[in-house]
Design a protein around this ligand. Structure first.
Ligand code: RB5
Length: 142
């Protein structure tokens, strides 16, 4: 199956989700937007759960999650054993989250990140591979 990038957000990340969605579509990624779909207040754990359910079925895929800071949605997503969510605020963190941690979910804070930096982080995350080797041993211990 074609790799899908699943997007999930609460209201605090909604605007950044929409921006990232446009970027991904323009760059020919296959995406599925799991909501939320407006600025109306919702609870980020509900969207972390929806994303986690999708990634259980489509284990080859990746997720990008959003809330105001990225903290809540990453905490909630990481409660699921098949999720390795990385809250990233720099390109370096995005790179290492893939190379060393094999993160399958990127978490971003819509209220704390500059738009351009957020896009650069997304780009890095989606285009960096897990290095495996010694890192596999550590990831397997999580
Ligand atoms: C919602 O107001 C806000 O608390 C949420 O988006 C997030 O920042 C939580 O970690």
């Amino acid at each position: 199956m074609l790799k899908t990038i699943f997007l999930a957000s609460d209201h605090g990340g909604y605007k950044l989700k929409e921006l990232v969605k446009v970027f991904l579509i323009k760059n020919n990624y296959t995406i599925e937007d799991l909501g939320c779909f407006s600025l109306d207040a919702v609870d980020y754990p509900d969207y972390a759960k929806i994303l986690s359910d999708k990634l259980k079925t489509y284990s080859n895929s990746q997720g990008i999650s959003f809330c105001g800071t990225g903290i809540g949605i990453s905490m909630a997503a990481n409660r699921f054993t098949h999720i390795r969510a990385a809250l990233c605020t720099s390109i370096e963190m995005a790179s290492k989250s893939r190379k060393h941690n094999n993160a399958n979910v990127l978490a971003l804070g819509g209220r704390v990140l500059e738009d351009n930096l957020a896009i650069d982080i997304v780009n890095e995350f989606l285009n960096t591979d897990f290095e495996a080797g010694r890192h596999s041993i550590r990831v397997d211990k999580i």
